[in-house]
Design a protein. Structure first.
Length: 77
């Protein structure tokens, strides 16, 4: 069947992305800079803390965009 090959590629890509995401989440707590980059906003008061990881979010978005673009280009060949 001609459509099965494409479905197999999509399932393989999704599985690879889930593995990478799982590894990143497992290592996320061990990365000292994750959530503490310059530009991340952190407010700490007595009995209250709030964090806005702006630069970390931008960095994660950039990395995911590059990885997904590479995967999609590889799957189109």
């Amino acid at each position: 069947m001609p459509g099965m090959e494409n479905i197999g590629r999509v399932i393989l890509a999704i599985g690879t992305m889930l593995i990478v995401l799982g590894l990143l989440l497992m290592a996320g707590g061990k990365l000292p800079f994750f959530g503490r980059l310059p530009g991340d906003i952190r407010i700490e008061r007595e009995g209250f803390s709030c964090s806005f990881p702006l630069v970390t979010s931008l960095l994660v978005s950039l990395i995911l965009t590059v990885v997904l673009n590479v995967l999609l280009r590889l799957l189109r060949k």
